[in-house]
Design a protein around this ligand. Structure first.
Ligand SMILES: Nc1ncnc2c1ncn2[C@@H]1O[C@H](COP(=O)(O)OP(=O)(O)OP(=O)(O)O)[C@@H](O)[C@H]1O
Length: 235
């Protein structure tokens, strides 16, 4: 039996609203995500992608509707748009994530070293993490997420602001890290969405306007707003 076989979705949102003061970031969002899916969230700036990721990670409360997660909170990792770097070595930044999850410090450091080699940062392991370039920080953040061996990876624009080579490298790492896991990621890069996702969710002003398998999203009929967005992002 597949490790993903389950009658119940991993995440279920029913008619969720999320407010930040007077801003309504999500409005009547209904969706469910099954284990093993690779879901891309797309939409303009401010459309609610990060908010939805934060809801899935249990970081943002909703004011209406119902949210059910069957994912183990400890087996879920989120990569933020601007990864947080502790004032410590690259290795210790990664090891701390494991130590916080209960690993003995010596083991944590050993596994961090392996994870850093995997993302091509072995030579920078002793460097202060805050001196890394943007692309190196993204790699380190991926190592920090990957080392926890999460079942669910939530990634918020993981390759934004990287140069084309770093984008390609980090994307390959994501494809690798996503094997056998549930992946939900926000992206403005439609090529990347095609390469990484099995399903696409389009948000506009906090509303979910399309939710389709990736092939149907890019080849089938779309609601007008989503069609215009895709056209605009593709030029
Ligand atoms: N902590 C917050 N306080 C106030 N408003 C917020 C907060 N977080 C998000 N918002 C607002 O909620 C709306 C949705 O924001 P969100 O960050 O989810 O959009 P996004 O689609 O991820 O945008 P981007 O593509 O720019 O990252 C925006 O209007 C944003 O300004």
């Amino acid at each position: 039996m597949s490790r993903f076989a389950s009658a119940e979705p991993l995440f279920s949102l029913h008619d969720i609203d999320v407010h930040f003061g007077r801003v309504q970031a999500l409005s009547g969002t209904t969706l469910s995500i099954n284990a093993g899916e690779r879901v891309a969230l797309i939409g303009a700036n401010g459309s609610g992608k990060s908010t939805l990721l934060r809801v899935l990670h249990g970081l943002v409360p909703h004011s209406r509707g119902a949210f059910v997660s069957r994912a183990s909170r400890r087996r879920q990792a989120m990569l933020f748009q601007r990864p947080h770097m502790l004032r410590a070595s690259v290795r210790n930044n990664v090891a701390l994530a494991l130590w916080l999850h209960g690993a003995p410090w010596a083991n944590a450091k050993r596994e961090a070293t392996v994870a850093l080699a995997r993302v091509g940062l072995a030579e920078l392991a002793d460097r202060n993490a805050r001196t890394l370039s943007g692309g190196q920080q993204q790699r380190m953040a991926l190592a920090r997420a990957w080392v926890l061996q999460p079942d669910v990876l939530l990634l918020d624009e993981p390759t934004a602001s990287l140069d084309p080579t770093a984008k390609r490298d980090v994307e390959a790492l994501i494809a690798d890290a996503a094997q056998g896991r549930t992946l939900v990621f926000a992206s403005h890069n439609l090529g990347q969405v095609k390469r990484l996702a099995s399903r696409v969710i389009y948000l506009e002003h906090g509303r979910l306007l399309a939710d389709l398998p990736v092939h149907d999203f890019f080849n089938g009929p779309l609601p007008r707003e989503a069609r215009l967005f895709v056209k605009g992002e593709s030029v």
